[in-house]
Design a protein around this ligand. Sequence first.
Ligand code: ARG
Length: 589
Amino acid sequence: MKKILDVITEEMVSAFEAAGLDAKYAKVTLSNRPDLCEYQCNGAMAAAKEYKKAPIMIAEAVVEQLQGNPMFEMVEAVKPGFMNLKISKEYLAGYLQEMQADEERLGCEKTEHPKRIMIDYGGPNVAKPLHVGHLRSAIIGESIKRIGKFMGHEMIGDVHLGDWGLQMGLIITELKLRQPDLVYFDDSYEGEYPKEAPFTISELEDIYPTASGKSKVDEKFKEEAMQATYELQHGRRGYQALLSHILNVSVTDLKKNYENLNVSFELWKGESDAQPYIPAMVQKMKDDGYAYISDGALVVDVKEDTDTKEIPPCMILKSDGASLYNTTDLATIVWRMKDYHPDKIIYVVDKRQELYFTQVFRCARKTHLVDENTELQFLGFGTMNGKDGKPFKTREGGVMRLETLISGINEEMYKKITENRTMDEAEARETAKVVALSAVKYGDLSNQASKDYIFDMDRFTSFEGNTGPYILYTIVRMKSILNKYKAAGKNADHAKLLPAHSESEKALMLVLSRFNGMMENAFEEVAPHKVCSYVYDLANALNHFYHETKIMAEEQEEIQASYIRLLELTKRALEICIDVLGFSAPERM
Ligand code: ARG
C-alpha cells in the first residue's frame, strides 16, 4: 500500500503543477502544529523566491486547486505562506479499511529489493558471565534484525562469541592447578579425549573469575596463562579439546540466557572461527603492499586526508606474531564474504569501540576484503547507567550480571502484579516475566541507541508513562474489550470501519495510517526507537479514544462494530510493533 504521506504528496504535486508551479516545492510533512492541521506544506516559501511573488499568493493559488478534493476536509493557506491540510474522514476510513484487509502486514509492503544483511550483535565472551553491557547489544541487535525481516530482507544474526583471548589460557591454567591429572594436560597422550566436559557451568563460572583475579596479582600465573593461550592458538591438541568443552558448556548456558531475553541467533560463530583465515589474509596484505612492519608490529595505514583527528594505523599482528582483536574481526569479514557475501554487515557494539571499527572498516576496504557494494556499518550504543549517572553496578559496586538484573526486575514486576490483582501464583510469575521483559527492552529501545541512558527500575516498570508495561497494559485493555464484545454474543468480523465520529477517533485513525511509513523509516534509519515512539503515540491515541467513547454502551450496532474493528486494527498494529521490538503481551495483567 502506498504511504499516506506519499498519497497526499501526489495530490500536492498535481496541485502545484496545475497552478503552473514546479512540483519540486510540493513537499508535504506531518504537521508540527497538530492544533491547526494534520499535514502541511511549506513549499510556497521557497517557490516565492523563484517566482518572485509573495508566498501567500503562491499558497493561495495551490490551495485553490485542492478545493473540493475528496481527500481533504480542509485545505487552507495561512500567512505568510503555509498550507495546512486535514484529511477527510471518509478518505481516512477507506485507507484504514485497506490496511485491515491485509491482516498480516497492515499494508506495509515488503521491500522490492531484498538485501542480505548480517548483523553482528550479542558479542558475549565465553566463560565470562553476561553483564549489562551485553544486554544492550542483544536488545538493539535483535530488534534491528526483526525490523529488517519484517521489511523483507534476509537478516542473518551472528553472536560473534569472544572465544579466543587470554581468558581461555586463564581457564586452562586454573583448571590445571585444580585437576592436574586430567588427560588434556598429558602431552604424550594420543588417544581420543573424553566427550564429557571436566567441569560444569557453575564450576566454569568460578574458574574464570578466580583465574582472572590471580593473574592480576601473580605474575607467574599470568605468564603461564599467556603461554597456554599461545599453545592453544598454535594447535596444542589437549587445549583445543578443552576449548571445545569450554565452548559447549558456555554456549548451552548462553543460549538459555538469550532465550530468556527472547533473543536468538542464526549463527553461533566466534572469534576462533576466524583463525583459519588469518595466515592467508595476512600474507595477501603483505604481498599487495598494504601491510608493513612498524616498531616490530605488522600494520596497515588507514588515515585519510580528510581526517580531522588522528586515526592510527590498524595493527594486524603484534611483534611476537600473535593475532589481535583486529585480526580476528578482519578475518571474520573474510569468511562472512566468502560464505554469505552480504550486502551489508551491521555491528551493534558499545560506542567506545567506534575508533576501533573505523580502523577495521577502512583496513577491510583498503585491502579489498570487502567489495565496493558491501556496506559496513557501525551502530555504537551508549552506556546503561545507574541512577547516579555512572555505569550500572551492583549495590556492592561490582559488575552487574545480567541474570541478577533480570531476576530483580522479574521480582519487582511480580510484586506489582500481585499487589492489586488476583491471579494464581504460576500465572502471576509467568506474566511478571513477560511484562518485565517489556520493561527492560522498551526502556532501552525507546532511547536513541547511541545515547547513554539511566536504568530506572521504578520508572521502567511503571504502568504509566512511556514504558513497556504501559504499552502492554493498553493491549491487554483492548483484548478485554474485544472479549467482552464477543461474550455478549456479537461479531464484528464483517462490519465496516466507518469514518470517525469524534476528534479522538480521528486522531487514533491518523496515527494508524502512518504505520507503513513509520516501519519503513525505522528500517532505513536502523532506529528501533522510532518504532517505540510510534507505539507510544498509538497507545496514547487509543487510550484517549477509549476514555472519550462509550464503546460497550454504544446503542447503534453499526457504530459499535466499527469501534471494535478499529480496536482490532490498533491491537494488531501494536502487536506487530512489539514483536519487532522483541517482546510480547500477556492475556491479562
Ligand atoms: N566480545 C566483545 C566485547 O565483549 C564484543 C564483540 C563485538 N563484535 C565484534 N565483531 N567485534 O566487547
